[in-house]
Ligand binder design. Structure first.
Ligand code: SF4
Length: 578
């Protein structure tokens, strides 16, 4: 077991870290072997437990242990009765519930609402290990197993469904998942510090009613009354659930207002849901660099829990990838990140990233390749807003034109990659996070280094479309920017004598995209002599601006747009590229 250093966080309380176990416990026997007679926090997840920093339950569990709380994991419980959930006993403070890395409906159904036959986050890749609407099902089970225990929801499913949202799989508007699950609170965004603050608050004030103890912790949502808000609080009132139900464009209004609330990070957001109020405290401040460094330095084994007898496919993809930062300034309208991680960038220090590279290269069974160093985008490590973010009303830092306040030193990124690649034991290093090509064009030195050294033959890149009208709705740069990048990519590859390709990621059936736009895209692909490999039919996942467009049939300015809604029409658009 290893011990991490104590740090000061959240109001200066110093917590003594607990020794980090090799794996977080998944059974009572494992708990007892650690000398833990009870857990402080039980984490319930729809994914298998993989002890890798790309998996939320591992990150949060180890973060809690690093701050003195005993955390255990129940992964993919049998949901037919509460017994499986009760196997480690009642936790002292709370249960944290997540559907896993994906919304459970997206994990279980295809873009055409067919049941998927596999699940990358389950041992053996088998489908069926998690229920539909896992956050709701698991919360009900915890409530049955441990009456009165506070339950907090978190993860992408809860975060993106935190206010009224369109649910593509039922074709209906749904209210906040907090109310449907009857959980005590919902943690939105990246939840390390909000979960820690909730845990500390419940530990310090066991006499307080749960909602009262949690109310006001940044990054949390609870159900309550307007009178519960702190006096003088800045408040954004979102359109009510009932107004959205009767006037669909109001979902666009609500989504844009929530996007601003997240970005400006100072106001509460409130929503009337049939006479009850949803109270969303201002977002939690993102982790500081030293907190990110601590989080990623915890002793993850990078392996699936030893109780599994089959490999977890999702681990294979990320086993040797390294997270350098969080957040993305792009603000693409279809991306869940804008409302989850936000547009602010939080980066690890170079030393921390290089230490992780060195640790990997010295690990048993090391084969020499690092599959990625990046984040939501490859080239935003160290990026920051040099303007006044709290007053910023732009929906993207990069489109329609890069904002003059958006600063990122891409030469420093190139230098960091070079240093990582020079680490003894590292034979290959690739960048497989998506490269923001508009940003890359601003730094010839970065693009040169990337294409020369770190592409590995194929660069996956996401122009998403070629029609200027569709790209505007997506908040992506225009086609001429992608063409410029392509030309640069070819020029550098040729100069290096390398046969390398760009693999473009494309989206069909986006709201506002018509047959003529798809025909334009198909003609462009033909002219390039490309056969598309990566085309995704747009799925209106909960909470995004694009989904509000799909639901309401209007663009963000309220202007009506055509939407391919039925599966037949969506399929026709999709098949135009094949
Ligand atoms: S001011 Fe510019 S860089 Fe800063 S958040 Fe707004 S758009 Fe992004």
């Amino acid at each position: 077991m290893q011990t991490s250093k104590a740090i000061q966080l959240n109001g200066g309380q110093t917590q003594s870290p607990l020794p980090q176990p090799r794996f977080l416990p998944m059974s009572r026997a494992e708990m007892l072997a650690l000398g833990w007679d009870e857990l402080d926090v039980l984490l319930v997840t729809g994914d298998a437990y993989v002890d890798h920093p790309a998996f939320g339950a591992a990150l949060l569990g180890r973060w809690l242990v690093a701050h003195g709380f005993r955390a255990g994991i129940i992964a993919q419980p049998d949901w037919r009765s509460p017994d499986d959930l009760a196997r480690m006993g009642r936790p002292r403070l709370l249960a944290g519930v997540t559907a896993g890395a994906l919304d459970s409906m997206l994990a279980r159904y295809t873009a055409f609402r067919r049941r998927r036959s596999d699940d990358a986050y389950t041992p053996g890749g088998k489908a069926g290990a998690r229920p539909d609407r896992a956050s709701i099902v698991y919360t009900n089970l915890v409530k049955q197993a441990f009456p009165g225990l506070p339950v907090v929801l978190g993860g992408i499913e809860a975060s993106l469904r935190r206010i009224s949202h369109y649910d593509f799989w039922s074709g209906k508007l749904r209210r906040s998942i907090l109310l449907d699950a009857k959980a005590d609170a919902l943690l939105y965004g990246m939840a390390e510090n909000s979960l820690l603050a909730v845990t500390r608050r419940l530990s310090a004030s066991p006499e307080l009613p749960q909602a009262q103890a949690i109310l006001g912790i940044p990054g949390t949502a609870v159900a309550g009354r307007l009178e519960d808000l702190p006096p003088g609080a800045e408040v954004v009132e979102l359109p009510s659930h009932q107004d959205i139900a009767s006037d669909h464009p109001k979902l666009m209004e609500a989504t844009l207002a929530l996007e601003r609330q997240v970005h400006q990070a100072k106001a509460w957001a409130v929503q009337d849901v049939g006479g009850r109020w949803l109270l969303l405290a201002p977002p939690a401040p993102p982790l500081a660099t030293d907190e990110m460094d601590l989080l990623y330095s915890l002793p993850y084994t990078r392996q699936a829990h030893p109780s599994y007898t089959e490999p977890v496919p999702g681990l294979e993809t990320v086993a040797t990838s390294i997270t350098s930062h969080r957040g993305c300034g792009g603000g693409c309208s279809f991306c869940s990140l804008a409302l989850h991680q936000g547009r602010g960038i939080t980066s690890r220090s170079k030393g921390s990233i290089l230490a992780e590279v060195a640790g990997l290269a010295a690990s048993p069974g090391w084969r020499g390749s690092i599959s990625d160093i990046g984040g939501p985008s490859a080239n935003m490590w160290g990026g920051s807003c040099q303007g006044d973010k709290a007053k910023c009303t732009r929906p993207s830092c990069l489109t329609p034109q890069p904002c003059r306040h958006f600063a990122v030193d891409q030469e420093a990124i190139a230098a960091m990659l070079e240093q990582a690649a020079a680490t003894p034991g590292v034979k290959h290093l690739r960048v497989s996070s998506g490269v923001r090509f508009d940003l890359a064009l601003a730094s010839p030195a970065y693009t040169q280094t990337l294409v020369r050294r770190f592409v590995g033959g194929q660069l996956k890149i996401a122009p998403e479309h070629i029609s200027p009208a569709v790209l505007r709705l997506m908040r992506k740069p225009g086609p001429e920017v992608f063409e410029r990048f392509l030309a640069k990519f070819r020029e550098i590859s040729q100069a290096e004598g390398k046969e390398q390709y760009v693999v473009p990621y494309l989206l069909s059936a986006f709201p506002g995209c018509e047959q003529k736009d798809m025909a334009q895209l198909a003609a462009w692909l033909r002219q390039k002599g490309w056969r598309p490999q990566q085309v995704q039919c747009f799925v209106p996942t909960p909470g995004t601006v694009a989904t509000a467009m799909y639901f309401a049939g209007v663009d963000p300015k309220g202007k009506p747009i055509k939407v391919a809604r039925g599966d037949g029409e969506r399929r026709r658009q999709h098949q135009m590229l094949f």
